[in-house]
Design a protein around this ligand. Structure first.
Ligand code: PLP
Length: 360
């Protein structure tokens, strides 16, 4: 044993500040905290995945380039296969972007937003420049451009997690025209609403789009994300990517999901209907204000401290998302669930608000 061994002396300050991502699990609750597809995975799709497996599917290394999956994604989106990379969830692709462009450079992030951009930027040793959104959570385009001129990467999310609003075509074009670096637009929720920026891909070599199978396509547990970019950008990302990042089972599952995408499209339509009903029901509740959303979740605040509403809901058996970010201290986010789950949420929220109101 080395007496003077102290790993903390060897680790960067930026890394020491990070808190390991540890999820607290609550059994027996309605989980409306992670924006997953709330339905059971369709049995016929599971069966079809099973049938694609062969005796060597598990014994051999996966296809490092996920060729079949990439080809199918290219065909469905009408882009060349040379514009696509797949990852172990879009989380991995975010890390690859940060390692490729962010390391030792400046990364501009429009906040409040998905926490993984900041976490992976820090892991990659990037300097983070946060540009706050406006009061209504719209992008501050001039400020992003100003910072983006001296940055190696600009990152925004549309529809934005957790605020639910989207960027416009004009805003994204303006960022692409004025920032001499890759502009990443995370479109994890694009199936649920807001503009799809894919048509800009051919015109702008600095556009990078992130997509995922974790939300609309019900594969959060299998970790499949993908990215659209021009071949010159992908060339650098491929230097950084883990060779066998996407396992064989997940590649087959994603491919099979694409072959059954009508089933998921039906679920998405139902979730959108449920989202709009949920929004209307919440707007009618006294002391509750929900923000309009183009995604599969709603951000809301109440007249009471968010932590009290969070624990009240949890006591009523419903888990929602709360935020450490000071920009979001008053807010909570609820994912749109199955109809019966949304009813339980609304009933619990009504009850929590009533109880907190009586205490006042
Ligand atoms: C959920 C989510 C993702 C998806 O991450 P995966 O790693 O693909 O599961 C990406 N971006 C945002 C903004 C998300 O909310």
């Amino acid at each position: 044993m080395h007496k003077q061994f102290n790993p903390g002396l060897l680790v960067r300050e930026g890394l020491k500040e990070l808190v390991p991502y540890a999820e607290v699990t609550y059994p027996e609750v309605v989980r409306l905290n992670a924006n997953e597809n709330p339905y059971d995975f369709p049995g016929e799709v599971r069966q079809a995945i099973n049938e694609m497996l062969n005796p060597q599917s598990f014994t051999r290394y996966p296809d490092a380039m996920a060729r079949q999956l990439v080809r199918e994604l290219a065909r469905l989106h009408g882009v060349g296969a040379g514009h696509i990379m797949v990852g172990n969830g879009s989380d991995e692709l975010i890390l690859d972007l940060m390692l490729t462009f962010g390391a030792g450079n400046r990364v501009v992030i429009a906040v409040p937003t998905f926490s993984m951009y900041g976490i992976h930027a820090r892991v990659a040793g990037a300097e983070i420049v946060e540009i706050p959104r406006r009061l209504d959570f719209d992008l501050d385009v001039p400020e992003i451009i100003r910072a983006g001129r001296k940055a190696a990467l600009v990152v925004l999310c549309s529809p934005n997690n957790p605020t639910g609003n989207s960027a416009t075509l004009e805003q994204v074009q303006s960022l692409l025209d004025n920032c001499p670096c890759p502009v990443v637009v995370d479109q994890a929720y694009v199936e649920f609403g807001g503009p799809d920026f894919l048509p800009l891909l051919n015109k702008y070599p600095n556009l990078v789009l992130l997509r995922t199978f974790s939300k609309a396509y019900g594969l959060a547990g299998l970790r499949v994300g993908y990215l659209f970019a021009c071949p010159q950008v992908l060339n650098y990302l491929f230097k950084v990517k883990q060779p066998f990042n996407l396992n064989t089972f997940s590649q087959l599952a994603a491919l099979t999901v694409l072959q059954h995408r009508d089933i998921f499209a039906g679920q998405v339509s139902e979730i959108i209907r449920q989202r709009d009903d949920l929004y209307n029901a919440m707007q009618q509740m006294p002391d509750v204000e929900a923000l309009p959303s183009e995604a599969n979740y709603l951000m809301f605040k109440t007249a009471y401290p968010a932590k009290d509403v969070f624990s009240g809901l949890l006591a009523g058996g419903v888990l929602v998302r709360s935020f450490g970010d000071p920009l979001l201290a008053q807010y909570l986010r609820v994912s749109v669930g199955r109809p019966e789950e949304n009813m339980i949420f609304l009933r619990s929220l009504r009850q929590v608000i009533t109880v907190l109101g009586e205490k006042d």
